[in-house]
Design a protein around this ligand. Structure first.
Ligand code: GAL
Length: 380
């Protein structure tokens, strides 16, 4: 059974764009293992656009660009599998990909069979260059049907950018994750706006089909083609906390061969990953915790009865003592004076912070967050 939990892995697009090749992908595979990412659950290594040759072969099959992958895709897949990783490829619902390589329209079944024969485990399916006259969701239903009958378990990652009511058809069309927004850019506003745009959809996430908030931008630092602004480390931390509490797939997109220590610390926070990967797959629900400022709380119910709580300062100002952020447990279902409270643990700083009876309060810098895991306890 695939995608019981939000899928985790690495995707080439944000960091490398079309500049991919077989040695580099092998090095990425090696780094996913040696850095400990695989052990934490980052298991899919996904090649995005531009992996394929510009034309199909004489039998109408896609094949890998021989300039980039001179040994062929199957030997690369074998290598990736030999490391204990799973391998993903990219195609598109239209005639051509966004990068003008062959798309899968009218080739859905032959492509699914080809991918299965090669040993592919994951397909990202994009939304460019589609024909007129066919409804969007039907193109995704086609590929879902082809993949579900190709003889191999292949995770289906729909990349329909939230268009044409993706939320309403993606899950029941057989996808395993579905992009609910346009492309993330490597800056604070893009990341924050993607998260906030999905607060209203917290009931759509569940095991086997997850709302994909797009790849993680942690560690890009404004050096790639998706944004020259970049984020601060604090903003990248907030980003990872949001994706964890909102139960998004976690697809790394920085060059993991040379991550700095902060990037590694953020991406390998096991306590946050455990919250993201909770088996019930519930998305945290969000609400505004101040009338006067863009301060938000997110609470996620976990399978063992614990709750994860996030507090987020989305404003551009540090918060002061007088307007500190405050989650009242009343708002998540705890009656006042009931004798229960939460034994809290700070999962970003990895320390226990004790019993909180009615609320938790923090002061946060601009764009910062705090995340706690709380265990309900009776204190009187
Ligand atoms: C976009 C997609 C990106 C990336 C790119 C490749 O449509 O949203 O994530 O896959 O195409 O061309």
């Amino acid at each position: 059974m695939i995608a019981q939990r939000p899928p985790m892995g690495f995707n080439t697009w944000n960091c490398f764009c079309g500049d991919i090749n077989e040695n580099q992908i092998k090095e990425i595979a090696d780094a996913m293992v040696s850095s400990g990412l695989l052990d934490l659950g980052y298991e899919y290594l996904v090649l995005d656009d531009h992996w394929m040759a510009p034309e199909r072969d004489s039998e109408g099959r896609m094949y890998a660009d021989p300039q980039k992958f001179p040994s062929g895709i199957e030997s690369l897949i074998d290598y990736v599998h030999s490391k204990g990783l799973k391998f993903g490829l990219y195609s598109c619902a239209g005639m051509l990909t966004c990068g003008s390589r062959p798309g899968s329209f009218q080739h859905e079944f032959i492509d699914a069979q080809t991918f299965a024969k090669w040993g592919v485990d994951f397909l990202k399916y994009d939304n460019c260059q589609k024909p007129n006259g066919i409804e969007d969701h039907l193109l995704y239903r086609r590929m879902a049907m082809a993949l579900r009958n190709c003889g191999r378990e292949i995770l289906f990652s729909a990349c329909s950018w939230g268009e044409y009511g993706t939320h309403d058809w993606a899950r029941n069309s057989g996808t395993n994750m579905w992009r609910s927004t346009g492309d993330i850019q490597d800056n604070w506003v893009s990341m924050r706006d993607i998260a906030m745009s999905q607060f209203a959809y917290s009931t759509h996430n569940a095991p086997f089909s997850y709302n994909d908030l797009d790849m993680l931008i942690v560690g890009l630092y404004g050096k790639t083609h998706i944004g020259l602004q970049g984020c601060t480390d604090e903003e990248y931390q907030t980003h990872f906390a949001l994706w964890s509490l909102m139960t998004s797939p976690l697809m790394i997109s920085c060059d993991i061969r040379n991550m700095n220590e902060v990037t590694k610390t953020i991406l390998t926070n096991k306590e946050l990953i455990d919250i993201n990967q909770d088996i019930e797959g519930r998305q945290g629900y969000a609400w505004k915790i101040s009338k006067d400022a863009e301060y938000y709380g997110i609470a996620k119910a976990l399978s063992n009865g614990d709750y994860a709580f996030g507090l987020f300062n989305f404003t551009d100002n540090d918060c002061t003592i007088t307007n500190s952020l405050n989650i009242k447990f009343w708002d998540i279902g705890l009656p006042l004076g009931c004798g229960y409270g939460f034994e809290m643990r700070d999962v970003i700083n990895h320390k226990d912070v004790g019993l909180m009876k009615e609320f938790v309060t923090v002061n946060l810098k601009a764009h910062a967050c705090a995340v706690f895991r709380g265990k309900l306890v009776k204190y009187e």
